[in-house]
Design a protein around this ligand. Structure first.
Ligand SMILES: Cc1cc2nc3c(=O)[nH]c(=O)nc-3n(C[C@H](O)[C@H](O)[C@H](O)COP(=O)(O)OP(=O)(O)OC[C@H]3O[C@@H](n4cnc5c(N)ncnc54)[C@H](O)[C@@H]3O)c2cc1C
Length: 275
């Protein structure tokens, strides 16, 4: 196994342009798969941990920007983030364990491409933009448009996630719910991030489709204040937006029913059209 260790972003971009390399940030996803994956040991890796200036939180007038090496812990312990973007702390605090939160990065959560990723729904509900860097310069992609299919994304081999930008807005509703087998070290059975800003809803769900995704049919129901008299009234929109499967963690039927109940009971006192 070869591991390259750049000190600067420019060096990292040069190395990535020269040969196929797998970036390593916190290593919490990559290393978990090594024992059973012999091919993984033959690959060459780009260890990002020594790259200066990649772990930051920058507050601008218009946006909060997280660096490509910013961890869950960085965010969870920052009182300003907790106040303005509370869902980042909520979701980050439910990832794995304290040890995983200390090493795992938001960029790694995005690039891993898991449909069960817990960081991605809240970033997407805040309309996050992924900043991809390379020798060719930066490219920006809305996170909601980033995924193309299961583990497929708009990230080319010579690019790194350099930063994640979150527009600063007034929100009058923000909520993240993770349903798992227990409170820590649990992969999500269903998860949902909800935000409302300027009367526009974002509904983002994980573990119910090949990728984390926004739910346009549910968002339209909420934006248009359509009457909802019980959880079952949400099932048609859920089936339009999502495609859950039976797997070792849950069944498609449980996922649909639970999401409908979570949405209904969380929004009942918030949306006047919910009876
Ligand atoms: C015990 C355990 C529990 C876990 N629990 C949860 C959980 O509850 N919820 C959850 O969502 N996840 C969980 N995870 C998964 C993991 O911790 C997260 O996905 C984490 O955010 C990954 O970040 P990382 O920095 O460790 O990524 P890495 O493992 O370093 O990399 C993950 C992937 O992203 C790529 N990558 C990393 N950084 C970049 C970058 N800047 N640019 C381009 N590509 C990049 C890597 O090449 C790799 O493909 C768990 C993992 C473990 C081992």
């Amino acid at each position: 196994m070869r591991v390259l260790m750049p000190d600067t972003l420019e060096e990292a971009y040069g190395m990535l342009a020269a040969e196929p390399l797998t970036p390593v940030a916190g290593g919490t996803d990559l290393l978990a798969h090594w024992p059973g994956n012999h091919d993984a040991r033959k690959r060459a890796y780009l260890d990002l941990s020594g790259v200066s200036g990649l772990r930051f939180m920058h507050w601008g007038d218009e946006a909060l920007t997280l660096g490509g090496l910013t961890t869950y812990s960085d965010v969870i312990w920052d009182s300003r983030v907790v106040e303005e973007f509370p869902l980042l702390a909520d979701a980050g605090g439910q990832v794995g364990s304290i040890q995983i939160q200390a090493r795992g990065t938001w960029a790694g959560n995005i690039a891993n491409g898991s449909p069960a990723a817990d960081g991605v729904p809240v970033l997407m509900a805040y309309d996050a933009v992924v900043v991809l860097g390379s020798e060719e310069g930066d490219q920006e992609v809305l996170l909601a448009d980033f995924y193309l299919g299961y583990k497929k994304m708009r990230l080319r081999a010579h690019q790194l996630i350099r930063a994640i930008r979150l527009p600063r807005r007034e929100y009058d509703f923000q909520r993240f719910v993770k349903v798992g087998a227990r409170n820590a070290q649990a992969i999500t059975k269903i998860g949902v991030a909800l935000t409302r800003s300027e009367e526009r809803w974002r509904v983002v769900v994980n573990s119910m489709a090949p990728t984390v995704r926004r739910c346009p049919a549910l968002e339209a129901m909420l934006d248009e204040d359509r009457p909802v008299s019980g959880p079952e009234d949400l099932l048609t929109a859920i089936r339009e937006d999502l495609a859950p499967i039976d797997d070792i963690r849950s069944t498609a039927a449980y996922r649909e029913k639970t999401l409908a109940r979570v949405l209904y009971f969380d929004l009942k006192g918030v949306c006047p059209s919910f009876a």
